[in-house]
Write a protein that binds this ligand. Structure first.
Ligand code: AMP
Ligand code: MG
Length: 408
């Protein structure tokens, strides 16, 4: 078959994403349960952070101008974190206040001198260096101003945002509803782990990879198990999924083998496009509508299933979840060895990238056959080889895409 009939990944992705819109629905969840959820609306800061001027050092708060004509001031009191200087008290000219990191700056004071630059003698503190206005003071609102947009709608919350929200006193967050996704594997040869294998059978491994990735996406799973290559059973499962879920993901049965009923049934029940993608691994892929659910048909070959999920289904589900998509991080690296490649498809070879004295260097994980699991489990990146590119010689520059949180 000529390469002309293969669909470039960017086109497939663009067409697919253009037809998807975020699912309706949101809910309010406690901050502690919001990890991995997608913000339904922007977060506007209800307060300033820090909420008051405070000290960045252990030392003495004072008026900077005072140290222009003298170097010794009288100790007036103490300000500790959580225990500001007594109400009504202030740091007057000629005075200083003992202060600890995080303590509110006393009224009147405008800088903090670190204790290493002082000599203390009873109530008298001598400063060995000049003072600068605002020195060692963290200003109210310096990090976040009240009323500022701190996080945009569509952001998936990570460990980096949760403490920020907590610092603003936000106890509950409005997040998008989780997409409900049905998952099934097709194939008479498949058995669940824990069951013995008869000759000719293999374990359903795709389910575990896809489930793990779905978990990372925070979806609600409807696991429909293994469906044999039997039209009646498949028809029943498809109908069930289309009524119960926002999306159905299948693995296997989208190629042109004799037992690939999926295609036939889907054409009866929905509007599904069967695509031959110009990518390797993962040529066959199906996308479309099955009743009220979206349909994603992954190839059966294990590495193909993982790669097509990561490159196509992940961004699609993220879009349904209301997440604003971010392009994956791609870097340039030097190929440590030659890489086998034929022009015509965009390759996602599996590699190990390392930072060396001469920059990023990447090597292949070995056999790139779409059934070889170790090619994926040993890897920390894809080596993305352009569609038109042929064999890569050692020393050539290649693009690597670091695995996102999905595959880690
Ligand atoms: P298919 O796309 O159904 O023609 O399957 C292609 C290859 O992937 C065959 O070797 C299948 O046995 C294998 N395969 C299909 N589904 C799975 C699965 N869930 N887990 C592991 N291998 C699978
Ligand atoms: Mg099959």
């Amino acid at each position: 078959m000529g390469h002309q009939s293969l669909r470039p990944l960017e086109c497939a992705l663009r067409d697919m994403l253009a037809s998807l819109t975020p699912l309706d629905g949101q809910e309010i969840v406690p901050l502690a349960d919001s990890l991995g959820r997608v913000l339904a609306s922007a977060i506007i800061s209800p307060m300033a952070v820090p909420p008051f001027d405070n000290s960045a050092m252990d030392g003495y708060a004072l008026r900077a101008a005072d140290l222009q004509h003298r170097s010794t001031l009288t100790l007036q009191g103490r300000a500790l974190a959580g225990h500001p200087l007594q109400d009504g008290d202030a740091c007057q000219s000629g005075q200083c206040v003992r202060i600890m990191t995080g303590a509110a700056l006393p009224a009147g004071a405008d800088c903090v001198i670190m204790q290493e630059e002082t000599e203390v003698n009873g109530d008298e503190v001598t400063f060995t260096k000049p003072a600068r206005l605002g020195q060692n003071v963290r200003r109210r609102g310096e990090d976040i101003e009240e009323g500022a947009e701190v996080l945009p709608a569509g952001l998936r919350l990570t460990a980096r945002e949760l403490p920020l929200l907590a610092s603003l006193g936000i106890a509950e967050v409005a997040v998008r509803r989780r997409p409900r996704v049905a998952l099934l594997s097709t194939g008479d040869e498949l058995k669940m782990v824990g069951e013995p294998l008869a000759h000719g059978e293999i374990y359903d491994s795709n389910r575990y990879g896809v489930r793990a990735m779905l978990e990372r996406l925070g979806i609600e799973l409807l696991d429909l198990g293994i469906i044999p290559d039997d039209p009646a059973a498949l028809r029943h499962a498809f109908l069930h999924a289309s009524e119960q879920a926002d999306a159905l993901i299948t693995s296997g049965g989208v190629s042109v083998g004799d037992a690939d009923y999926t295609k036939q049934l889907l054409e009866e029940q929905g509007e599904i496009g069967f695509w031959k993608l110009a990518i390797k691994p993962g040529k066959p892929f199906a996308f479309g509508r099955l009743g009220k659910a979206w349909f994603f048909g992954l190839p059966g070959n294990p590495v193909s299933a993982m790669v097509t999920f990561d490159q196509l289904v992940r961004p699609a589900l993220a879009t349904l979840a209301g997440e604003t998509l971010k392009a994956p991080l791609r870097l340039s690296a030097t190929a440590a060895t030659a890489l086998k490649k034929a022009p015509g498809r965009l390759d996602f070879q599996r590699g190990i990238v390392e930072n060396t004295a001469s920059g990023l260097v990447v090597r292949s994980t070995g056999s790139q056959d779409s059934g070889v699991f170790s090619s994926l489990s040993k890897a920390n990146c894809y080596i993305v080889l352009e569609q038109d590119r042929g064999r890569v010689e050692a020393g050539e520059t290649v693009t690597v895409e670091l695995f996102g949180s999905m595959l880690l």
